[in-house]
Design a protein around this ligand. Sequence first.
Ligand code: TUI
Length: 314
Amino acid sequence: MLKTPLCDLLGIEKPVFQGGMAWIADASLASAVSEAGGLGIIAAMNADANWLRDQIHELRARTDKPFGVNVMLMSPFADEVARVVIDERVPVVVTGAGNPTKYMKAWNEAGIKVIPVVASVALARLVARRGATAVVAEGTESGGHIGETSTMALVPQVVDAVDIPVVAAGGIADGRGVAAAFMLGAAGVQVGTRFLVADECTVSEQYKEMVLKANDTSTRATGRSTGHPVRALKSPFTNAYAKNEAAGASSEELGAMGTGALRKAAKDGNYEEGSFLCGQIAGMVSERQSAREIVDDLVDGAERVLKGASAWVA
Ligand code: TUI
């Protein structure tokens, strides 16, 4: 059995978080991951308080296990969502795409376990000082909004910088990746891309097919000129976006292009206009499975390779 201090800290059985993917990580997927013993996470993304409240109630109707809400800090509704997680007594809040410190005092006082996603050592240190329970160190291999540093380089540097548990994210989709993350000092992993093809994931069929067909060079990061780079599967949208970016389009023009593109991919399966956010590891995701099968395979696979890891040590 693979158990780390993070499991006891959060009351979960397996040290696997499901990434808080915008327009994708809803009560259906999150409740299935939590039921499987991991930490399911509802993505509040750009949704308002009412949507989030409904999703939390739906999740609670399906499981009584711990779960999280991902608060996307660039959302226009971040303030109201930050209140909902307190009112609803959400056990774990994961934040992304910004600095969460302005909310941390209220969340800590409410007894919420706060786990910011960080893409740098500097932000990891800052949130640790402000009472974070753990951090997710997310490498640039991830899908969605990304930083510059790879998982391999970021995780051990964050582990050395803070004395709270570190969860590794970015480029992890099987037991080898989980075991490697543990070797870097992580106490858990966050996985997004592999859960895109989970049976309980309500994303469009078009999205799932694109992930299943992807190979190692199928993603690209665009939007570096805006200061908010995003990784997605190559598609007509990323081609058009990159062309406009190279031609010197302003951040506002590029932002306008992006509006609605995540929903078009996730909900409508619109190949031409959708932005299919996805991590570099998509090439390894080739099978539709239940969330439970995915969680079990990640953990069992890690156990297997960790047990064999000393074979080369004389
Ligand atoms: O947040 C994510 N991934 C996301 S958010 C998202 S929705 C979106 N769509 C289009 C544009 C922007 C957002 C899709 N995917 N991952 C966590 C993450 N956080 N990755 C990187 C960061 C990050 C980056 C810079 C966190 C903090 C930061 O600087 C904070 C500061 O101000 O110091």
